[in-house]
Design a protein around this ligand. Structure first.
Ligand SMILES: Nc1ncnc2c1ncn2[C@@H]1O[C@H](COP(=O)(O)OP(=O)(O)OP(=O)(O)O)[C@@H](O)[C@H]1O
Ligand SMILES: [Mg+2]
Length: 261
């Protein structure tokens, strides 16, 4: 059975998609079978894998509305062991359409049932909001990774995010424990960067895992999507790629230690 991890933070631009794309690619390089489900109408994860989002008929939108099955929507990427379910702007209509359905929070979870045993990891790239799409992601996920941009306002909105995770657990009986907090766009040379890291550690205390791996601000990570490739394929030696490779190793170690518990 796949471990299903949602990458979420309602804050825009904190590195959710970059993390979904590059962590998935790094795990595939380690021989894991990995699927990325793009649940954001912006379709950035789709583009990040070089898939032309507006030329795809069977997207996550058609899956959620029942027009296609998820098996029909899975697309092979150029990277062995790595697949993607695409998204495009059509998904922006889904919030309203889905809200009319009975049991609308479980639509993604039910749609995914047929494919979960084909993968080791499934990452869901979540849009920057706490709406119906995000609730569907939380219900479908086993756990979450929260990327936090190392900036002055890093923890703003965190209480709302944690409350949403909590509500999905208590009201919908679908817990999604935090797999880890990931510091992104991090510059260890600046005082601000170091301060944010220690604030984040303090905020989450000993109760949550803050990844030891941090993701540096690295221009190659930002350039890679325009080449339709994950950074770790485009330029494996870049500091951003190396960070995501280290994150993949840390995640594998974390999973192994959980399995041994
Ligand atoms: N570590 C990094 N170094 C440099 N640029 C980065 C890094 N991480 C992300 N970026 C760039 O910052 C922008 C936002 O990143 P990304 O799209 O991953 O964030 P997001 O949280 O998915 O955004 P949204 O909330 O809009 O979905 C992108 O242009 C991306 O290429
Ligand atoms: Mg994104």
């Amino acid at each position: 059975m796949a471990e299903i991890i949602a990458i979420l933070n309602q804050k825009g631009g904190c590195g959710k998609t970059t993390t979904a794309v590059n962590l998935a690619a790094a795990l595939a390089l380690y021989g894991k079978q990995v699927l990325v489900i793009d649940m954001d109408p912006q379709g950035n994860a789709t583009t990040g894998f070089g898939v032309e989002k507006n030329e795809i008929t069977n997207t996550i939108y058609s899956v959620l509305t029942g027009a296609s099955t998820i098996d029909d929507a899975v697309i092979d990427t150029d990277i062995p062991g790595l697949d993607v379910v695409a998204s495009n702007i059509a998904l922006s209509g889904a919030e309203i359409e889905l809200s009319k359905e009975v049991g609308y929070h479980t639509i993604l979870e039910l749609a995914m049932e047929t494919i979960t045993d084909e993968y080791d990891y499934i990452f869901i790239d979540v849009p920057p909001s706490l709406g119906i799409l995000t609730i569907n992601c939380l219900v479908a996920a086993d756990s979450v990774i929260i990327p936090i941009q190392a900036e002055f306002y890093a923890l703003e909105g965190m209480a709302d995010l944690l409350e949403a995770i909590q509500l999905v657990e208590t009201r919908l009986k679908s817990p999604s424990p935090i797999k880890g907090i990931l510091l992104t766009l991090y510059d260890s040379r600046t005082r601000l960067g170091r301060d944010v890291y220690s604030n984040v550690k303090e905020y989450f205390g000993a109760s949550e895992h803050v990844f030891k791996t941090t993701i540096p601000r690295n221009i190659t990570l930002a350039e890679a999507p325009s080449h339709g490739k994950p950074c770790i394929i485009y330029d494996e030696e870049s500091s951003g790629s190396q960070a995501y490779i280290n994150l993949a190793k840390e995640l594998i170690r974390l999973d192994e230690s959980e399995d041994n518990k």
